[in-house]
Ligand binder design. Structure first.
Ligand code: ADP
Ligand code: MG
Length: 468
């Protein structure tokens, strides 16, 4: 790198290296397509390239987070393609004076010598043995509820202990429920309080890839060395190596070597140790020796808590009823829930429209459809009629007496909230009413929900029973 020159603005000109950014942007335009490029990459500002580290700035926290979740790997690759010695990337929010830089990628091992043996085979491509940590996956950002309290407590214990409280810690649960989040949180915490402890996090898939590569280059001794010198080893999604015999064998030896030396091992999988098919019996039994903690499917309370936490992190407020709607509807897992929220926020930001329930339903139409199999407008009408003790036919009829109008509007409101049907579609199922009538009904109930406790309770109760 040429010696740094100070410009009139006091910036180090040599650190700007504008050609690098131009080249990277060109690559990104190709790989991501023009639309994505214009929305997400164009707004980024290239601030510096120094000590093989790139600093970028995003105009808003939201763009920073979106780029981090969606395009980080692509950015990483593009920089590495231009500068093989490129090490890491930092994405800050533009002119953020108080908050320090947020490193979005960091490497598990801070000692570069530990990376050398394998990378020499790779020419310019640098080989990381551990995977990068996502800085957002911390304990602070992890919302604790009934379904995950055991796993969370166990993870905390491992992260805070200087000894090895249980070995291994085996975390399991369905997809998108927080296993990876907890593992990263453990790694962050240990790195923070014991910077000298060597923590290595990687997916089982990556473990296999590295192992096969070591075999190919007859480098298995260095491979073993590297794993066996860590203090804490975390292997994510270990079900991946089910049925892959030689990788499993190697993993088993690594695992035993570490446990014998009293090093902490943390494993995650989508099933309990005993249910891991394609895994050798001795392996399954060994995995269950420490503490086995499962993460259960989410509850409404946990989903709402997570949404509220995430919403606070965005820079504009999201109406509570939208968060409640999402928590009611998106029940599969947290990743999908987060994805839905991000989509809604992205949409609002990009089109500059106000966030309303209608818009949310519109933006998430495809996603919501998959949840609608169970609950139909007819179900809602039937349940509401029962609840208010009117005949189902009255809901469809043109009658406008008070005893049927309120239930009818409640049913419209619930149909709008709990299904992804549009206003005209709902209108048709209410005796062929116009969409403006439905809209009027929905608004009327929204208003009553704020002013009339009895109506609010009716609706909460109905919603609970409909979604049970
Ligand atoms: P898994 O590894 O179990 O498939 P992840 O750990 O990748 O799931 O979680 C999926 C997403 O949900 C991540 O973005 C994660 O941050 C988020 N998430 C999961 N559990 C929680 C939680 N309890 N609080 C906050 N965010 C969570
Ligand atoms: Mg995971």
């Amino acid at each position: 790198m040429p010696p740094a020159k100070l410009s009139a603005q006091g910036e180090f000109l040599s650190h700007l290296d504008p050609r690098l950014w131009d080249q990277v942007r060109e690559t990104l335009k190709q790989t991501l397509g023009l639309q994505i490029f214009q929305n997400w990459i164009q707004p980024l500002i290239f601030k510096a390239y120094q000590d093989h580290q790139v600093v970028l700035e995003a105009p808003t926290p939201f763009i920073r987070d979106w780029v981090t979740t969606h395009y980080l790997e692509t950015l990483y690759k593009a920089f590495r393609q231009q500068r093989p010695e490129f090490k890491s990337l930092t994405l800050n929010v533009f002119s953020s004076s108080s908050s320090g830089p947020l490193p979005i990628v960091e490497e598990m091992t801070s000692d570069p010598a530990r990376l050398d043996p394998l990378s020499s085979h790779e020419g310019d491509e640098r080989l990381l043995i551990g995977s990068p940590l996502d800085p957002r996956l911390t304990f602070e950002n992890f919302v604790v509820g009934k379904p995950n309290e055991l796993a969370h407590a166990a993870a905390r214990r491992v992260a805070e202990s200087t000894s090895v409280p249980f070995n291994p810690l085996f975390l399991y649960g369905g997809v998108g429920l927080g296993k990876t989040h907890l593992m990263h949180a453990i790694a962050h915490h240990i790195q923070h309080i014991h910077p000298r402890r060597k923590v290595m996090y990687l997916s089982a898939e990556k473990f296999m890839y590295q192992f096969i590569k070591a075999l190919r280059f007859r480098d298995t001794v260095a491979f073993k060395e590297r794993f066996r010198s860590v203090d804490v080893l975390m292997i994510d999604d270990v079900q991946f190596i089910s049925g892959k015999d030689s990788t499993q064998e190697e993993f088993f030896h690594t695992f035993n070597a570490l446990v014998d030396q009293n090093r902490q091992v943390i494993i995650s999988a989508d099933k309990s140790p005993s249910s891991l098919e394609g895994m050798e019996e001795r392996m399954r039994s060994r995995l269950g020796w420490g503490l086995v903690a499962d993460i259960h499917p989410t509850t409404y309370e946990l989903r709402l808590g997570i949404l509220q936490t995430k919403a606070e992190q965005f820079s504009f407020s999201i109406p509570p009823k939208i968060l409640e709607f999402l928590a009611h509807k998106i029940t599969s897992n947290i990743r999908e829930l987060e994805g839905a929220l991000t989509r809604v926020v992205a949409h609002t930001t990009l089109v500059g429209r106000q966030m309303t329930l209608e818009m949310v339903q519109d933006v998430l139409r495809d996603l919501l459809k998959s949840y609608d199999r169970v609950l139909t407008v007819e179900d809602i009408q039937r349940r509401v009629a029962e609840y208010y003790r009117i005949r189902l036919a009255d809901i469809h009829s043109p009658k406008r007496t008070k005893t049927v109008t309120l239930p009818r509007q409640v049913a419209m409101f619930l149909a709008k909230q709990l299904t992804s049907k549009s206003l005209p579609e709902i209108g048709r199922q209410f005796g062929g009413r116009d969409h403006t009538t439905v809209l009027h009904g929905v608004r009327k109930i929204e208003e009553l929900m704020n002013t009339n406790a009895a109506v609010r309770e009716d609706i909460e109760l109905l919603r609970k029973t409909l979604q049970a």
